[in-house]
Design a protein around this ligand. Sequence first.
Ligand code: FE
Ligand code: FE
Ligand code: ZN
Length: 313
Amino acid sequence: MSVTKQIVCFFLVIIIQFKRVINMLIIGSHVGFNSKEQLLGSTKEALGYGSNTFMFYTGAPQNTVRTKISLDKTKEAIELMKKNNIKLENIIVHAPYIVNLANNKEIDKYKFSINFLIDEVKRCEEIGIKYMVLHPGSHVGLGLDVGINNIINALNEVNKHNDKVIILLETMAGKGSEIGTNFDEIAKIIEGVEDKSKIGICLDTCHLNDSGYDISKFDDILDELDEKIGLSFVHCVHVNDSKNIQGARKDRHENLGYGTIGFNNLINVIYNEKLENVPKILETPWINEKPPYKEEIEMIKTKKFNDKLKEIG
Ligand code: FE
Ligand code: FE
Ligand code: ZN
């Protein structure tokens, strides 16, 4: 081999290695957030699972009681993240699921939801969180069009008070009157949101399956999404198997490889090149009252199914 060829090869290897480092798998799970340790506790928990990202609720997911963000704990947490190569920009907040922007039957509750989200955006900004996942809402009999309209108006109101946070609409399973069960509905909402820099999508594999999408044809799903909305709007993927068959409209998460989607199909989602730099978050059920995330993340990193997973605890 000539010297020039050797030099070219040398640089090619360097570039490939470098690309690998910047395109590292971004994987984590839902973690707790307690009022005392706050983000520091969440970070420690995530590190214990071998994660390099995580998702948390700023309080209990099912209520809107929230404690003030401690700047000291946040600072300590960010230092710990830096030491462990966790990027703050990959951390996700999930808005509580009782917030329903689609229902304006009771105007007080609708306004409460909007005001709560404005506060949640402020909390995210205080910490430096870039992405907040939100269930679009349920129209509870008002009809799809009215529901979508309510969501759009609410998001535009929230964004008047939002400088930095990108709100990610989660794809939903289709339980009851949930909105956001296909890309047409999500596209309509995004179309109505005035500030497109503050809106995005979070794909949930269990929800996609339950709403009727075939995860074994994930590239087709991404093609449809790209055509109707644009892949650049995707900033988070919830990786869950499902207890129910495709199209069941149920929403019951299962551990990786133990549900109807299957381990290999989920691995293909996680390692899909088009979503390379998008954080992947596990929201799979605990096993014997123990979080399964360390074991499941190990399964993902090694791409090897663990048939003893259900025996932990
Ligand atoms: Fe969710
Ligand atoms: Fe989810
Ligand atoms: Zn779910």
